[in-house]
Design a protein around this ligand. Structure first.
Ligand SMILES: [Ca+2]
Ligand SMILES: [Ca+2]
Length: 496
């Protein structure tokens, strides 16, 4: 009998909408189109500009630049660029889908041979132990009830119950006795936005010291006017509104610091970076690199990516290219697939600068387990999901690329003030999916970096994933993976 999983406590979580988006004018006008030029050396951009009489704009210097090319002449210029000895590659700045990792499936149709009855596995709170944050301190407060529903009468009965296992968590209470982080460590959350007014977050939001608020002037001359608390690269504005109830929870898990709720690193700082186009705009590749470059220039130590990057369908790309000659379109079609190599190169540079990138593994384990990017990049720490029963969660994606597991079902975390209050009268909710496992690892990295200012990205990864600092997990034959233990990691940092 295969049991489905439904939930009576997970309510009001909707965050599978597209974050997609972009500044239309940024991808060029009707008559022109942006391309991304990957150059071979630090001084190449200047030489290329000089040789070909074109203007290369900074994208992710000194590796990536943007160039605007008129549609009518663009094949000629692209070919010239491709032939230039200092150009590694040139790709069109096509739209991409940057989506928050979809909400995990909470209910599946159960397999049954009995036409009259269905059996479900229901996750519920145990009323005698109403501690809401099992992921921080599991005292056996979650309950799995195996319920039989009679299809004809609609009546149900509880067949069996199972409590979650005490101690199966990230050992946060003990970790906080060793330290709660420092404001010197900033974590970028590239996501659907963050409610920066939430009581659990408002004191921990990044403030750009070089920028004067709301004066309509780009005081720090980084090209973004009044980017005081972050930036939305899809809308090219300060719009950080979390319309998907996703980024706020992630920021809270990393660095929430409220009266009744603390995240993993409550003294650390969150830099919200949004790629949510509010259904008006779609992101292109360059917007994602812009977001990474922004995190880099604001000197973050960690970047959390609870998202998936996919190339748009070529037919959608084509719509943006009206007026481009057929031969050039065919030339482009050959490059349709997401150029992961280019993304990997950028992630490698970021890692070499001692910035940690943490990515959610994805919730595709149940659906044929397709490989998720950027989780599968070798330059990020990828995080899969764990249950309160010390096992890998069914829906978690996995592969050789998976680095560590963390709790990812019924994760109590803040949600935007614009959303409905929960039954306790506040703005928190339960979230499920590997999107909410990644920020636990990002928060643990922030704690480690707070305690050990000189620690390298490599040492952080080694510390968090070391066999001695992690817990053994049942994976049901998927391979050997272990789960996060923040306390052990903090106590035994690997500094060589
Ligand atoms: Ca600015
Ligand atoms: Ca300003």
């Amino acid at each position: 009998m295969k049991k489905g999983v439904i939930s009576v406590v997970l309510v009001g979580i909707v965050f599978c909408m597209l974050l997609g988006s972009a500044i239309a004018k940024d991808r060029g006008t009707q008559d022109s189109q942006y391309y991304i030029v990957h150059v071979r050396s630090a001084r190449a951009a200047l030489q290329i500009s000089k040789d070909l009489h074109i203007e290369l704009e900074n994208l992710f210097p000194p590796l990536l630049y943007k160039v605007k090319i008129a549609k009518t002449s663009h094949l000629k210029i692209i070919q010239k660029l491709e032939q230039h000895p200092l150009v590694e590659r040139i790709i069109q700045d096509v739209p991409i889908d940057i989506q928050p990792i979809e909400e995990a499936p909470l209910a599946t149709v159960p397999e049954t041979t009995d036409e009259d009855k269905e059996t479900y596995e229901v996750l519920a709170l145990s009323l005698d132990k109403p501690n809401l944050t099992w992921w921080q301190n599991n005292e056996g407060q979650l309950m799995y009830n195996f319920i039989e529903i009679n299809r004809k009468s609609g009546k149900h009965k509880v067949l069996d119950s199972l409590s979650s296992i005490s101690g199966v968590d990230i050992r946060l209470r003990e970790a906080h006795a060793l330290g709660k982080g420092t404001p010197e460590v900033t974590v970028a959350v590239i996501d659907s936005g963050v409610d920066i007014t939430h009581p659990a977050l408002q004191n921990n939001i990044y403030k750009n010291a070089g920028e004067i608020e709301n004066n309509g002037v780009d005081d720090d001359k980084n090209g973004l006017v009044d980017d005081i608390h972050g930036w939305n690269f899809a809308l090219n504005s300060m719009d950080l509104i979390d319309r998907s109830n996703h980024g706020t929870a992630i920021a809270g898990i990393i660095a929430g610091n409220g009266q009744d709720f603390q995240g993993v690193c409550p003294q650390c700082v969150i830099l919200p970076i949004s790629t949510d186009g509010n259904h008006e705009k779609q992101s292109s590749i360059s917007h994602f690199f812009d977001a990474l470059q922004y995190a880099r220039t604001q000197k973050v130590r960690i970047i959390n990516l609870s998202l998936v990057i996919k190339t748009s369908e070529f037919e959608d790309v084509k719509k943006t290219l009206e007026g481009v000659p057929e031969d050039a379109l065919n030339h482009l079609k050959e490059r349709e697939k997401l150029d992961q190599k280019l993304f990997d190169i950028v992630f490698q540079v970021i890692k070499n600068e001692n910035i940690i990138v943490v990515a959610g593994a994805g919730n595709e384990g149940d659906r044929g387990n397709p490989i998720i990017y950027p989780a599968s990049s070798p330059y990020v720490i990828s995080v899969g999901g764990m249950t309160p029963l010390r096992s890998m969660i069914q829906f978690s994606s996995w592969g050789e690329w998976l680095d560590i597991l963390a709790p990812s079902i019924a994760i109590w975390a803040p949600q935007p003030l614009a959303s409905e209050k929960n039954t306790f009268g506040n703005h928190f909710n339960y979230f499920t999916g590997t999107s909410f496992a990644a920020p636990m690892v990002a928060g643990a990295a922030a704690l480690l970096m707070s305690q050990n200012p000189g620690i390298t990205a490599d040492q952080v990864q080694k510390t968090l994933t070391a066999e001695t600092n992690t817990e053994e997990i049942e994976t049901f034959g998927r391979g050997r993976f272990r789960s996060l233990n923040v306390f052990k990691s903090l106590k035994n940092p690997i500094l060589n």
